[in-house]
Write a protein that binds this ligand. Structure first.
Ligand code: FPP
Length: 236
Protein backbone atom coordinates (compact mmCIF):
# COMPACT_ATOMS: atom_id res chain seq x y z
CA UNK A 1 0.00 0.00 0.00
CA UNK A 2 1.51 3.31 -1.15
CA UNK A 3 1.62 6.33 1.13
CA UNK A 4 0.13 9.14 -0.95
CA UNK A 5 1.85 12.44 -0.10
CA UNK A 6 -0.64 14.89 1.40
CA UNK A 7 0.90 17.81 -0.47
CA UNK A 8 2.89 17.68 -3.73
CA UNK A 9 4.57 20.73 -5.29
CA UNK A 10 5.66 20.67 -8.93
CA UNK A 11 8.26 22.76 -10.76
CA UNK A 12 7.00 22.27 -14.32
CA UNK A 13 10.26 22.73 -16.23
CA UNK A 14 11.35 21.96 -19.78
CA UNK A 15 8.58 23.43 -21.93
CA UNK A 16 11.05 25.54 -23.94
CA UNK A 17 13.42 22.61 -24.52
CA UNK A 18 10.53 20.38 -25.53
CA UNK A 19 9.61 22.88 -28.26
CA UNK A 20 13.08 23.82 -29.51
CA UNK A 21 14.07 20.14 -29.64
CA UNK A 22 11.28 19.70 -32.18
CA UNK A 23 12.12 22.83 -34.16
CA UNK A 24 9.05 24.59 -32.75
CA UNK A 25 8.73 28.00 -31.09
CA UNK A 26 8.93 28.08 -27.27
CA UNK A 27 5.27 29.06 -26.84
CA UNK A 28 4.27 25.75 -28.43
CA UNK A 29 6.07 24.07 -25.54
CA UNK A 30 4.04 26.06 -23.02
CA UNK A 31 0.84 25.03 -24.79
CA UNK A 32 1.82 21.36 -24.39
CA UNK A 33 2.90 22.18 -20.82
CA UNK A 34 -0.61 23.38 -20.10
CA UNK A 35 -2.02 20.06 -21.36
CA UNK A 36 0.40 18.21 -19.07
CA UNK A 37 -0.68 20.41 -16.12
CA UNK A 38 -4.30 19.39 -16.77
CA UNK A 39 -3.37 15.67 -17.05
CA UNK A 40 -1.38 15.76 -13.83
CA UNK A 41 -4.07 17.72 -11.95
CA UNK A 42 -6.58 14.99 -12.86
CA UNK A 43 -4.10 12.22 -12.03
CA UNK A 44 -3.27 13.74 -8.62
CA UNK A 45 -6.94 14.11 -7.78
CA UNK A 46 -7.62 10.48 -8.81
CA UNK A 47 -4.70 9.25 -6.69
CA UNK A 48 -6.06 11.04 -3.61
CA UNK A 49 -3.49 13.84 -3.27
CA UNK A 50 -5.00 16.54 -1.02
CA UNK A 51 -2.90 19.57 -2.05
CA UNK A 52 -1.12 20.16 -5.35
CA UNK A 53 0.98 23.31 -5.86
CA UNK A 54 1.88 24.11 -9.47
CA UNK A 55 4.69 26.59 -10.18
CA UNK A 56 3.25 28.33 -13.25
CA UNK A 57 5.14 31.64 -13.27
CA UNK A 58 7.97 32.89 -11.07
CA UNK A 59 8.84 36.44 -9.98
CA UNK A 60 11.90 36.01 -12.25
CA UNK A 61 9.94 34.91 -15.34
CA UNK A 62 9.18 38.56 -16.23
CA UNK A 63 12.72 38.64 -17.69
CA UNK A 64 11.46 36.64 -20.70
CA UNK A 65 10.29 38.34 -23.90
CA UNK A 66 6.96 40.17 -23.66
CA UNK A 67 5.60 37.74 -26.26
CA UNK A 68 6.41 34.70 -24.10
CA UNK A 69 5.14 36.37 -20.89
CA UNK A 70 1.90 37.36 -22.62
CA UNK A 71 1.47 33.84 -23.94
CA UNK A 72 1.95 32.22 -20.52
CA UNK A 73 -0.54 34.70 -18.99
CA UNK A 74 -3.11 33.78 -21.65
CA UNK A 75 -2.51 30.07 -20.89
CA UNK A 76 -3.08 30.67 -17.19
CA UNK A 77 -6.40 32.30 -18.05
CA UNK A 78 -7.23 29.40 -20.35
CA UNK A 79 -6.37 26.89 -17.59
CA UNK A 80 -8.69 28.66 -15.15
CA UNK A 81 -11.54 28.74 -17.67
CA UNK A 82 -11.14 25.27 -19.13
CA UNK A 83 -10.54 23.56 -15.79
CA UNK A 84 -13.52 25.26 -14.16
CA UNK A 85 -16.03 22.49 -15.03
CA UNK A 86 -13.51 19.85 -13.93
CA UNK A 87 -13.09 21.70 -10.61
CA UNK A 88 -16.85 21.82 -10.08
CA UNK A 89 -17.33 18.13 -10.97
CA UNK A 90 -14.49 17.00 -8.73
CA UNK A 91 -15.07 19.53 -5.93
CA UNK A 92 -11.54 20.91 -6.45
CA UNK A 93 -10.73 24.08 -4.59
CA UNK A 94 -8.45 26.47 -6.48
CA UNK A 95 -6.10 28.64 -4.42
CA UNK A 96 -3.27 31.05 -5.10
CA UNK A 97 0.21 31.84 -3.90
CA UNK A 98 2.35 34.72 -5.13
CA UNK A 99 2.25 38.47 -5.52
CA UNK A 100 -1.28 39.00 -6.82
CA UNK A 101 -0.88 42.77 -7.14
CA UNK A 102 1.89 42.41 -9.73
CA UNK A 103 -0.39 40.50 -12.12
CA UNK A 104 -2.47 41.98 -14.98
CA UNK A 105 -5.95 43.04 -13.76
CA UNK A 106 -7.82 40.50 -15.93
CA UNK A 107 -5.76 37.59 -14.55
CA UNK A 108 -6.33 38.82 -10.98
CA UNK A 109 -10.09 38.90 -11.59
CA UNK A 110 -10.09 35.43 -13.14
CA UNK A 111 -8.11 33.95 -10.24
CA UNK A 112 -10.21 35.67 -7.55
CA UNK A 113 -13.42 34.63 -9.26
CA UNK A 114 -12.31 30.96 -9.50
CA UNK A 115 -11.15 31.02 -5.87
CA UNK A 116 -14.50 32.42 -4.72
CA UNK A 117 -16.55 29.94 -6.71
CA UNK A 118 -14.59 26.91 -5.51
CA UNK A 119 -13.97 28.07 -1.92
CA UNK A 120 -16.50 25.68 -0.37
CA UNK A 121 -15.19 22.54 -2.09
CA UNK A 122 -13.71 19.71 -0.05
CA UNK A 123 -11.83 17.79 -2.81
CA UNK A 124 -8.18 18.33 -3.73
CA UNK A 125 -6.84 21.87 -3.37
CA UNK A 126 -4.83 23.14 -6.35
CA UNK A 127 -2.55 26.01 -5.41
CA UNK A 128 -1.46 28.06 -8.41
CA UNK A 129 1.94 29.69 -7.83
CA UNK A 130 1.86 32.65 -10.18
CA UNK A 131 4.22 35.64 -9.95
CA UNK A 132 5.61 33.54 -7.12
CA UNK A 133 9.03 33.66 -5.51
CA UNK A 134 9.92 32.01 -2.20
CA UNK A 135 12.00 35.00 -1.12
CA UNK A 136 9.24 37.37 -2.20
CA UNK A 137 6.70 35.39 -0.14
CA UNK A 138 8.94 35.65 2.93
CA UNK A 139 9.44 39.42 2.44
CA UNK A 140 5.68 39.95 1.93
CA UNK A 141 5.03 37.89 5.09
CA UNK A 142 7.47 40.08 6.99
CA UNK A 143 5.72 43.23 5.77
CA UNK A 144 2.31 41.84 6.84
CA UNK A 145 3.76 40.94 10.23
CA UNK A 146 5.26 44.43 10.65
CA UNK A 147 1.93 46.06 9.72
CA UNK A 148 0.06 43.89 12.27
CA UNK A 149 2.67 44.02 14.96
CA UNK A 150 1.69 45.22 18.39
CA UNK A 151 4.47 47.07 20.25
CA UNK A 152 3.72 45.04 23.44
CA UNK A 153 5.10 41.83 21.88
CA UNK A 154 8.83 42.15 21.35
CA UNK A 155 10.00 40.86 17.96
CA UNK A 156 12.82 39.06 19.74
CA UNK A 157 10.18 36.57 21.01
CA UNK A 158 9.02 35.76 17.47
CA UNK A 159 8.80 32.03 16.72
CA UNK A 160 8.78 30.20 13.37
CA UNK A 161 5.11 29.39 14.02
CA UNK A 162 4.25 33.08 14.61
CA UNK A 163 6.06 34.06 11.42
CA UNK A 164 4.59 31.35 9.21
CA UNK A 165 1.08 32.61 10.03
CA UNK A 166 1.85 35.51 7.67
CA UNK A 167 2.80 33.36 4.69
CA UNK A 168 0.34 33.12 1.77
CA UNK A 169 -1.54 29.97 2.85
CA UNK A 170 -0.69 29.19 6.47
CA UNK A 171 -3.42 26.54 6.76
CA UNK A 172 -1.87 24.37 4.02
CA UNK A 173 0.58 21.72 5.29
CA UNK A 174 4.17 21.88 4.02
CA UNK A 175 4.80 19.90 0.82
CA UNK A 176 5.89 16.31 1.48
CA UNK A 177 7.22 15.93 -2.04
CA UNK A 178 8.57 18.47 -4.53
CA UNK A 179 8.88 17.24 -8.10
CA UNK A 180 11.00 18.93 -10.75
CA UNK A 181 10.86 17.87 -14.38
CA UNK A 182 13.59 18.37 -17.01
CA UNK A 183 16.59 17.37 -14.92
CA UNK A 184 17.79 20.52 -13.14
CA UNK A 185 18.88 20.15 -9.51
CA UNK A 186 17.76 23.48 -8.06
CA UNK A 187 14.80 24.96 -6.18
CA UNK A 188 14.47 28.06 -8.42
CA UNK A 189 12.94 30.03 -5.51
CA UNK A 190 10.02 27.58 -5.07
CA UNK A 191 8.44 27.19 -1.59
CA UNK A 192 11.68 28.09 0.20
CA UNK A 193 10.10 28.22 3.67
CA UNK A 194 7.53 25.47 3.22
CA UNK A 195 9.92 23.10 1.44
CA UNK A 196 12.47 22.98 4.29
CA UNK A 197 11.89 19.23 4.82
CA UNK A 198 10.30 18.25 1.52
CA UNK A 199 11.60 15.23 -0.35
CA UNK A 200 12.83 16.18 -3.83
CA UNK A 201 12.23 14.09 -6.92
CA UNK A 202 14.03 15.14 -10.09
CA UNK A 203 12.83 13.66 -13.34
CA UNK A 204 14.75 13.84 -16.61
CA UNK A 205 11.50 13.95 -18.55
CA UNK A 206 10.47 17.33 -19.95
CA UNK A 207 7.21 18.65 -18.50
CA UNK A 208 5.06 18.37 -21.67
CA UNK A 209 5.85 14.61 -21.73
CA UNK A 210 4.53 14.00 -18.21
CA UNK A 211 1.80 11.39 -17.81
CA UNK A 212 -0.01 9.87 -14.84
CA UNK A 213 2.57 7.03 -14.74
CA UNK A 214 5.33 9.62 -14.12
CA UNK A 215 3.45 10.93 -11.10
CA UNK A 216 2.94 7.36 -9.88
CA UNK A 217 6.68 6.70 -10.28
CA UNK A 218 7.50 9.84 -8.27
CA UNK A 219 5.16 8.69 -5.49
CA UNK A 220 6.66 5.19 -5.56
CA UNK A 221 10.13 6.71 -5.21
CA UNK A 222 8.90 8.95 -2.35
CA UNK A 223 7.70 5.84 -0.55
CA UNK A 224 11.28 4.55 -0.40
CA UNK A 225 12.52 7.65 1.42
CA UNK A 226 13.31 7.70 5.10
CA UNK A 227 11.95 11.03 6.34
CA UNK A 228 13.74 12.04 9.51
CA UNK A 229 13.06 15.80 9.69
CA UNK A 230 16.53 16.33 11.13
CA UNK A 231 16.10 13.51 13.67
CA UNK A 232 17.74 10.08 13.74
CA UNK A 233 16.89 6.88 11.90
CA UNK A 234 13.77 5.24 13.31
CA UNK A 235 14.98 1.84 14.55
CA UNK A 236 11.74 0.84 16.34
C1 FPP B 1 9.14 26.27 -17.46
O1 FPP B 1 9.66 25.82 -18.69
C2 FPP B 1 7.72 26.60 -17.58
C3 FPP B 1 7.16 27.83 -17.39
C4 FPP B 1 7.95 29.01 -17.00
C5 FPP B 1 5.71 28.07 -17.61
C6 FPP B 1 4.80 27.01 -17.04
C7 FPP B 1 3.41 27.33 -17.44
C8 FPP B 1 2.50 26.45 -17.90
C9 FPP B 1 2.77 25.00 -18.01
C10 FPP B 1 1.14 26.93 -18.33
C11 FPP B 1 0.23 27.37 -17.22
C12 FPP B 1 -0.06 26.31 -16.23
C13 FPP B 1 -0.95 26.41 -15.19
C14 FPP B 1 -1.08 25.26 -14.26
C15 FPP B 1 -1.81 27.59 -14.92
P1 FPP B 1 10.82 26.64 -19.41
O2 FPP B 1 10.20 27.58 -20.37
O3 FPP B 1 11.71 27.27 -18.37
O4 FPP B 1 11.57 25.48 -20.15
P2 FPP B 1 13.13 25.46 -20.54
O5 FPP B 1 13.89 25.41 -19.25
O6 FPP B 1 13.24 24.18 -21.33
O7 FPP B 1 13.40 26.67 -21.37
Amino acid sequence: MQDIPLHIGIIMDGNGRWATGRGLIRTQGHLEGLKAAKRITKAASDLGVKYLTLYAFSTENWKRTSEEVGFIMSLIKQYLKSEFDFSIRNRIRVRFTGDMEGLPADIQEEILDTMRQTSGFDGMQVVLAINYGGRDEIVRAFKKLAANHSPETPLTDLTEKDFSAFLDNPDIPDPDLIIRSAGEYRTSNFLLWEGAYSEFYISQKLWPDWEKTDLEEAIENYNKRDRRFGGIVNVA
